[in-house]
Design a protein around this ligand. Structure first.
Ligand code: PMV
Length: 322
C-alpha cells in the first residue's frame, strides 16, 4: 500500500497556455518540452485504512486546500483504475523552490501518479499515467517521459489521447538548461487562472493560438536536426508570444520582474558576442537559458552576475519518471 517515485520537471520549448476543456485539463494546442534532471520531486504515497481524507505534505509542510484537492483528483483516478477506495497520505519533497513558476506542479503530479499507481499494484504505461497526471496539472502530462516530449492536444472528447510522448531520448541532444532564480516567493496568479483570464479577455489570445502549430512544427524539425539556433529562435518566439497574450489580458498579467528583463537583454548580448544561448520564461519571474555544454560556464557566469539573480541551477536533460 506504499509507493515511491521520482519525476523531473520540464520546461516548454513551445508553450501551453489555454485549455479546450477546463474540467479535463485538455490543452487548446499541443506543446513541446525538455525534461530537466536537476529539478525533481520525490513522492511517497501510503494508502491507509484509518484516513478519512487524503492528506498532503510538501517539503515537510502540510498543504491542505487547493494543493490537496489537486492531488486528490489524481488519486481518485488511480483509485478508480484499481477499484480501491482508501485515502492516502502523500509526502512530497522537491529539489527546488515549490510553487514559484519552476514547474513544481508538473514534477509533483507526475511523481504522485506513478507512486500512487505502484502503491496499489498497478502497472500503467507512461502514456496512461500522463493522462492521469494531466488532471492535476496540464504540464505534468509532459513530466512522465524523459528527453524531449510532445504533449498532443488530442482529438477525443474524453482526453484519453491528450498525453505526452517522447520524441527523442536525452542522449539525442545533451543540451544544458541554466535556471536563473529571480525571486523564491510563491506566485500570486496560478497558471490555470491566468490561462482562463487570458482566453476570456486578451485580444491577442487568438493570435497566440494561431502561432502554436507552426512553432511546434519548426521546433520538431530543429530538434531532429539538432539545430540550436533554429530551436532557440522558436523557443524565444513562443515564450514572448505567450507572455504578450498574458500581458494584454484584462487585467494584464505580468509575471516578470526587473531582473527578468535584465536577463533577457543579457542573453541577447551574449548571443551578439557569439554564444549560442536562448531564453524562455514560464508563469513566474525566473529565466531559463538553453545552451550547448561548451558555453555553459560562460553563460552561467553572466547570469550569476546579473543584478537581482539569487542563484543559478544548472540542469541537463532528464530521464523518465521512475
Ligand atoms: O501546468 P500548468 O497549469 O502549471 O501550466 C503551465 C504553463 C506554462 O508553464 C507557463 C507553460 C508550459 O507549457 O509549461
Amino acid at each position: 500500500m506504499r509507493g515511491h517515485a521520482r519525476a523531473s520537471a520540464n520546461f516548454a520549448l513551445v508553450k501551453y497556455w489555454g485549455k479546450r476543456d477546463a474540467a479535463l485539463n485538455l490543452p487548446a494546442r499541443g506543446s513541446l518540452s525538455v525534461t530537466v534532471d536537476a529539478l525533481y520531486t520525490e513522492t511517497t504515497v501510503i494508502f491507509e485504512p484509518d484516513l478519512a481524507a487524503d492528506c498532503l505534505s510538501v517539503d515537510g509542510r502540510p498543504r491542505p486546500g487547493a494543493a490537496t484537492l489537486r492531488a486528490s483528483r489524481v488519486l481518485d483516478l488511480i483509485r478508480a483504475a484499481a477499484g480501491a477506495s482508501l485515502r492516502a497520505r502523500v509526502l512530497s519533497k522537491n529539489s527546488f523552490p515549490y510553487g514559484a513558476g519552476l514547474a513544481s506542479s508538473a514534477s509533483s503530479m507526475a511523481a504522485l501518479s506513478l507512486a500512487a499507481a505502484r502503491a496499489l499494484g498497478l502497472d500503467l504505461s507512461l502514456e496512461r499515467l500522463s493522462v492521469i497526471a494531466r488532471h492535476g496539472s496540464g504540464s505534468a502530462a509532459r513530466s512522465l517521459h524523459g528527453g524531449y516530449v510532445l504533449w498532443r492536444e488530442g482529438t477525443r472528447a474524453d482526453g484519453e489521447d491528450a498525453h505526452g510522448s517522447q520524441l527523442h531520448p536525452p542522449e539525442h541532444w545533451p543540451l544544458r538548461v541554466l535556471v536563473a532564480l529571480v525571486d523564491a516567493g510563491e506566485k500570486d496568479t496560478s497558471s490555470s487562472q491566468g490561462m482562463q483570464e487570458t482566453a476570456r479577455s486578451s485580444p491577442l489570445y487568438a493570435g497566440w493560438l494561431d502561432s502554436v502549430n507552426p512553432d511546434l512544427e519548426a521546433a520538431q524539425l530543429a530538434l531532429a536536426a539538432r539545430d540550436l539556433a533554429a530551436l532557440g529562435e522558436v523557443m524565444e518566439r513562443s515564450c514572448l508570444t505567450m507572455h504578450a497574450a498574458m500581458m494584454s489580458a484584462r487585467p494584464g498579467l505580468l509575471y516578470w520582474r526587473a531582473a527578468t528583463v535584465a536577463l533577457i537583454h543579457r542573453v541577447r548580448a551574449l548571443r551578439a558576442e557569439g554564444l549560442g544561448v536562448y531564453f524562455t520564461i514560464d508563469a513566474g519571474p525566473h529565466v531559463k537559458a538553453l545552451c550547448a555544454p561548451k558555453d555553459e560556464a560562460a553563460v552561467r557566469a553572466a547570469l550569476e552576475a546579473t543584478p537581482g539573480v539569487t542563484r543559478v541551477i544548472a540542469c541537463g536533460v532528464g530521464g523518465h519518471a521512475r
